[in-house]
Design a protein around this ligand. Structure first.
Ligand code: ADP
Ligand code: MG
Length: 271
């Protein structure tokens, strides 16, 4: 694994969509893994009380210890809660079992929308990391708001299904509102079509529709519906480690390459 030179700045990417089951966590895990495999230093943050990103790296609820709840609500330093993963170059800030309480408890905390941003700014290791990837919960509450205020860019996964376009205006309007009022540096980096099924005409119709509406904002890489992707988390592994040759693993590798290319970073460091 050839390492990328130290970053000039850290890109913070939030993976967000208020709809559940669209592929946020899957994209967060596998994009983070593919970026780390390319030689970048990456931190994955699990901001969803369901903790699926943590479980996906073999950290069951009872084994997580300190995590995002402690960081957000109790002010625990990020460094005290970060763990290594089985992927070299990728560490994780897991969701601790208390995270579901954070949505309510944050309401009465000072600077409640910028707790994550403040914590990341105070993290001494930040400057060493090329990417921070935030897996947001399926809602637009204070947890997601913390994700959007900490981020430079948002990636919106969109499932290739009939009502895809209806749901997406809610998240794009939220991003726009946050950009105008709270985080001028925020932008929608791109929309990634997930669970694409080439045997299903509807998948193509939805993909065409989304592309004609959002144009270049839609990544060229499409993530296929692939059983290996859904099996991998139960083995505590990203799909690249579970079945490297699967279409799902290869698609996330291409998505990472497309992302770094669009960001103007080198794509050819993979060992
Ligand atoms: P979200 O985080 O948006 O709720 P997930 O990433 O957890 O969505 O995905 C929802 C479910 O769909 C999970 O069981 C996941 O394993 C499965 N899944 C996600 N992407 C794919 C895919 N490309 N092919 C097959 N199953 C997928
Ligand atoms: Mg999720």
């Amino acid at each position: 694994r050839k390492l990328a030179p130290p970053p000039s700045s850290t890109r913070v990417l939030a993976i967000a969509n208020q709809k559940g089951g669209v592929g946020k966590t899957t994209t967060a895990i596998n994009l983070a893994t593919a970026l780390a495999a390319t030689g970048y230093a990456v931190l994955l943050i699990d901001l969803d009380p369901q903790g699926n990103a943590s479980t996906g790296f073999g950290l069951p609820r009872n084994a997580r210890g300190t995590g995002t709840y402690s960081v957000l609500v109790e002010g625990t330093p990020v460094a005290d809660a970060v763990r290594e993963t089985i992927v070299p170059g990728l560490s994780i800030l897991p969701a601790d079992p208390d995270l579901s309480a954070a949505e309510l408890e944050l309401v009465s905390v000072e600077r409640r929308e910028t707790r994550l941003r403040d914590a990341l700014e105070a993290w001494p290791d930040r400057a060493r990391h090329h990417f921070v990837i935030i897996d947001c919960p399926p809602s637009l509450g204070l947890l997601t708001l913390n994700g959007l205020l900490a981020a430079n860019d948002v990636i919106v996964p969109l499932q290739c299904e009939f009502f895809a376009l209806e749901g997406i205006t809610q998240i794009t309007q939220t991003i726009e509102a946050v950009r105008r009022r709270l985080n001028p540096g925020l932008s929608l980096h791109g929309i990634v079509l997930t669970m694409y099924d080439r045997r299903n005409n509807l998948s193509d119709l939805v993909a065409d529709d989304v592309r004609s509406f959002f144009g270049k904002k839609v990544y060229e890489t499409v993530i296929p519906r692939n059983i290996r992707i859904s099996e991998a988390p139960s083995h505590g592994k990203p799909v690249m480690l579970y079945d490297f040759r699967s279409p799902g693993a290869q698609a996330y590798i291409r998505l990472a390459a497309e992302l770094v290319d669009r960001l103007g970073l080198p794509t050819d460091r993979a060992a």
